[in-house]
Design a protein around this ligand. Structure first.
Ligand code: PSV
Ligand code: MN
Ligand code: MN
Length: 407
């Protein structure tokens, strides 16, 4: 292991990079985990309850604290309202802090009220739009009270059949609703606008792609940015290029990481297409190198609902994959890459990326973890802690509060 670490150090030195810089980048990189990833969730076919799965926000936070304990890079937890609604936000904030956590992005729920059959912010009925707006405004208040500065907005709005509604009118209503929301946003708070090309709507979706989200953000103002959920694109979409464009437009708000084989599968990030994840980070690191201001304020978040897998371990595994992708992107020899690019050496440029991607970064991540006093193998550390068995004993199987189907 030590030998391999020295090898990485030597390779980096040849490239003119001090390994300590790479380590410092990895040490300051953090990922937010979602409260909804810790509770029972399922498909529309079945929810298989996991023994000991968190049933309420306090338990979700306790689980998230375990993820933070073994990874050291997940200090914040995203909330979903009303799934995570509590009476006393100060009490829950203090509880999170007691666990060594902070409360993160607030996600309004604009898809699970009966009123939203035909949409929320785009609905033809002003009363429904007002209800949806009021909900987002109350989420802004919650965010303020817990010192969170991110609202993540995902809409299920869309239509199922041609002619069902007027697409331009829906767009006007959407912009109008977003303008009301944006006007209520405190200065330091950001509105991250997520997109998704289909589902639950099947003919049209009101925010179907990054371009539409970007247009909306640009019309709203500088605190509105685009949220890229990696599972929300048609097959074959070049997500790294979307990332590059958003960075260049200074509107990349953040990520919802997850992986997929077919559509919005919400599987463990990096489990199916780790190379794509690496290419995403390659774009970010490239922008960092050029002191792109946007690259320094990206909200890295996970958005996963675990159905058959152990929820806490799935979260840890996702984080390890994301960290690995980032670490590999930090190893890219940028000077050699630029030389190859500018001399038209297509394969040479590709091979520079490939060399970084193929590097075994486990010794590097081990070094980072050991310096932080962590076990080099966070999954093993979690397994040997006995926490999973303890909560399986203590938490009776039952209904969780909020979450995806049946949860
Ligand atoms: C639904 O597709 C979704 O997975 C979106 O990605 C949201 O971010 C998430 O649910 C939470 O509402
Ligand atoms: Mn998402
Ligand atoms: Mn999704």
């Amino acid at each position: 292991m030590a030998e391999h670490f020295e090898q990485i150090r030597a390779t980096l030195a040849q490239q003119g990079t001090d390994i300590e810089q790479v380590i410092a980048h990895i040490q300051t990189f953090s990922i937010e985990t979602p409260s909804w990833g810790y509770g029972n969730s399922g498909t529309r076919f079945k929810v298989f309850p996991w023994p000991g799965a968190a049933r309420d926000l306090r338990e979700k936070l306790a689980d998230a604290a375990q993820v933070q304990r073994v990874t050291g890079c997940c200090p914040t937890v995203a909330l979903h309202i009303p799934w995570d609604q509590v009476d006393d936000w100060q009490e829950i904030k203090a509880y999170a802090e007691h666990l060594g956590l902070r409360l993160g992005a607030v996600n309004p729920n604009l898809f699970q009220d009966h009123a939203y059959r035909f949409g929320s912010l785009c609905h033809f009925d002003k009363g429904v739009r007002s209800q949806a707006i009021a909900h987002v405004l109350s989420c802004i208040e919650i965010a303020q009270s817990i010192d969170s500065n991110v609202i993540s907005l995902w809409l299920a709005d869309g239509t199922n059949y041609p002619g069902q509604d007027d697409l331009r009118h829906r767009r006007h209503r959407l912009l109008d609703s977003l303008q009301t929301i944006y006007a209520a946003l405190p200065d330091r708070m950001r509105l991250l606008i997520e997109y998704k090309f289909f589902e639950p709507a099947f003919y049209s979706t009101d925010l179907p792609d990054w371009g539409t989200s970007l247009l909306m953000a640009q019309k709203l103002g500088p605190n509105a940015e685009v949220l890229v959920d990696t599972g929300h694109h048609p097959q074959g979409t070049n997500i790294p290029q979307i990332v590059a464009q958003l960075l260049d437009e200074d509107r990349l708000g953040g990520f919802h990481f997850n992986d997929r084989k077919y559509a919005d599968d919400d599987l463990i990030a990096g489990s199916l297409n780790p190379f794509e994840l690496f290419c995403i980070f390659h774009e970010i690191v490239g922008a960092q190198h050029e002191s792109n201001a946007n690259a320094g304020r990206i909200a890295y978040m996970i958005d996963q609902s675990h159905n058959i897998e152990p929820k806490i371990e799935a979260m840890i595994q996702s984080i390890l994959h994301i960290q690995t992708a980032y670490a590999k992107a930090l190893l890219v020899d940028r000077v050699a890459l630029q030389q190859a690019q500018e001399s038209g050496d297509v394969l040479g440029a590709y091979r520079v990326l490939q060399a970084a991607y193929e590097t075994d970064v486990r010794p590097l991540l081990t070094e980072v973890r050991v310096r932080q006093g962590l076990d080099p193998d966070p999954i093993a550390a979690f397994r040997s802690s006995g926490y999973a068995e303890q909560v399986a004993r203590e938490r009776t199987l039952g209904e969780s509060v909020g979450g995806y189907p049946g949860a």
